[in-house]
Design a protein around this ligand. Structure first.
Ligand SMILES: *[C@@H]1O[C@H](CO)[C@@H](O)[C@H](O)[C@H]1NC(C)=O
Length: 235
């Protein structure tokens, strides 16, 4: 009989790493939301060919934000249900194994949550990269922008915040200060999008470890039943 080791320790370590990454994800998205609600609204003065300037509203008419909400939900689920829930589930599991030499039902419930949370991260990852690529490769038409000055919002196209502010930076902004702050916040938007990849990988590693542990425990239980009730050779 192969000696098989409990995976609770690597599961705990991976849960910790996932918690750190999920907290980073939630922090970055919240920071973008704060920017969108205040400074990001503008308006920003933009130089025009006539040598003067016009005001551009900070947000376009069609801003796509559901990928941000989905990412926030994925990060929040990983942080609260998987990480904090996991601390409780892993503690109960250790106690149950010590006391009764069996698994706690909470551990199985948590295993299901780990699966659902990873699926939500997968959805957020696909959704965000698809929206970003669908609304990428477009630019703000200076003539259209000047014909629709603030408080009117730029009417054309759909934009993710990341693609919009990246296009805003391609305009001749009058104030360097606007450029500096938009550019800093654009980095935050790119950061949370790319951070979905480590979040997805950590979620997958955790799911794999939890699945292996569930299988290992079940196999051990089966072996124990066979020892207690040996199959008698028929005579
Ligand atoms: C993001 O924008 C805020 C204003 O909303 C600004 O205070 C902050 O410095 C900007 N962040 C970066 C990294 O530039």
């Amino acid at each position: 009989m192969a000696f098989s080791l409990s995976l609770l320790l690597p599961i705990g370590l991976t849960t910790f790493l996932l918690a750190v990454d999920a907290a980073i994800s939630v922090g970055l998205v919240s920071s973008m939301v704060a920017f969108l609600h205040h400074y990001g609204r503008g308006p920003f003065p933009v130089a025009n060919p006539a040598g003067s300037y016009f005001l551009l509203a900070g947000e376009p008419a069609n801003l796509v934000t559901d990928q941000g909400h989905t990412t926030n939900a994925a990060g929040g689920t990983a942080l609260v249900l998987v990480a904090f829930g996991g601390m409780i589930a892993l503690w109960l599991e250790r106690r149950s194994r010590k006391k009764r030499d069996s698994s706690s039902p909470v551990f199985y419930l948590w295993a299901l949550i780990v699966l659902l949370s990873w699926l939500l991260t997968l959805v957020a990852l696909i959704y965000t990269f698809v929206e970003t690529s669908k609304t990428g490769n477009q630019f703000i038409d200076l003539a259209v922008a000047e014909a629709n000055p603030a408080p009117v919002k730029y009417p054309d196209n759909r934009w993710t915040p990341e693609n919009w502010y990246s296009a805003v930076l391609d305009l001749p902004l009058v104030r360097d200060n606007n450029r500096r702050i938009i550019s800093g916040n654009l980095t935050i938007m790119r950061a949370w999008r790319w951070n979905l990849i480590p979040l997805f990988i950590l979620g997958f590693v955790l799911l794999a470890l939890v699945a292996l542990e569930v299988l290992r425990v079940r196999r051990k239980d089966t072996q124990r039943i066979e020892v207690v009730n040996p199959v008698l050779p028929s005579k």
